[in-house]
Write a protein that binds this ligand. Sequence first.
Ligand SMILES: Cc1cc2nc3c(=O)[nH]c(=O)nc-3n(C[C@H](O)[C@H](O)[C@H](O)COP(=O)(O)OP(=O)(O)OC[C@H]3O[C@@H](n4cnc5c(N)ncnc54)[C@H](O)[C@@H]3O)c2cc1C
Length: 255
Amino acid sequence: MSERFDFIIIGAGASGEAAASYARARGATVALVERDLFGGTCAFWGCMPSKTLLHAAEIRACGGDYSWEKASARRDYMIVREGRDYPDDSGHIKGYKAKGTVPVRGTAKIAGPGRVVVRTAKESRELEARDIVIAVGSVAKVPKIEGLAEAGFWTNKEGTSLRELPKSIAILGAGPSGTELAQVYARFGVRTTLVSPRQVNPTDHPRSSALLAKAFARPGWTSARTRAPSAFGPAPGRAGNTSSSSPTGRRSKPR
Ligand SMILES: Cc1cc2nc3c(=O)[nH]c(=O)nc-3n(C[C@H](O)[C@H](O)[C@H](O)COP(=O)(O)OP(=O)(O)OC[C@H]3O[C@@H](n4cnc5c(N)ncnc54)[C@H](O)[C@@H]3O)c2cc1C
């Protein structure tokens, strides 16, 4: 038998959470469906860990005593991953329940107008609603580079959750995520190469991109640099982006 709501929201990242919150504030009934972590990219693999690591890297760059171990532990605290491998999203679930939103764990599939089937390995639930909000976020665009899948690669997920620093790293894509992570790694002593087809942060204003590129090139500040491989293809900044998760291909596990 199906459960009925005013809204079914698929995806519990920042967008889905906001939609649920607005709908509940107006008295609507809401089912919020999530196949992975309630809280989504921002809370666990995006804004929160990256800003925490950037803060630590900045303190270090200003001469402060901030070890990688401390930065990594603080990041784990921020993404609720202390003493475990995968973050704990129970705080988010508790918050929704307190506001009257019904969290439903599983992968959602639209089964017809106003009908959603949510599946987990163990069970299947049928939901019905007047409106369905699709807030499923985005996935990383992995460029077609020969050997990349065999060699393994990271996306923002591994890039923000690593516990041991690599000796060196090449970051493909100098958008916001690439430049942020390059700054973190370089400031913690990783030999970092920031690879970009044309300019740093290509969708930004050219003057601000130029400023950023100049900062990256400053001697002694970071070892990141840019270059232009043909593998990126014609659209600047669109391929090789580190943003978001779940690419196809083989990913190497961060330690
Ligand atoms: C490194 C990094 C740093 C960032 N820093 C900032 C920042 O400082 N400030 C800022 O504003 N933004 C930042 N962002 C961007 C921000 O994280 C995203 O804009 C935001 O997370 C997008 O939210 P969303 O809800 O659209 O998608 P997501 O957070 O990706 O949520 C979508 C959810 O949908 C779920 N889903 C997908 N398909 C299904 C399905 N069929 N059934 C059930 N669930 C499904 C996914 O599991 C996922 O949890 C950063 C991003 C990255 C990668």
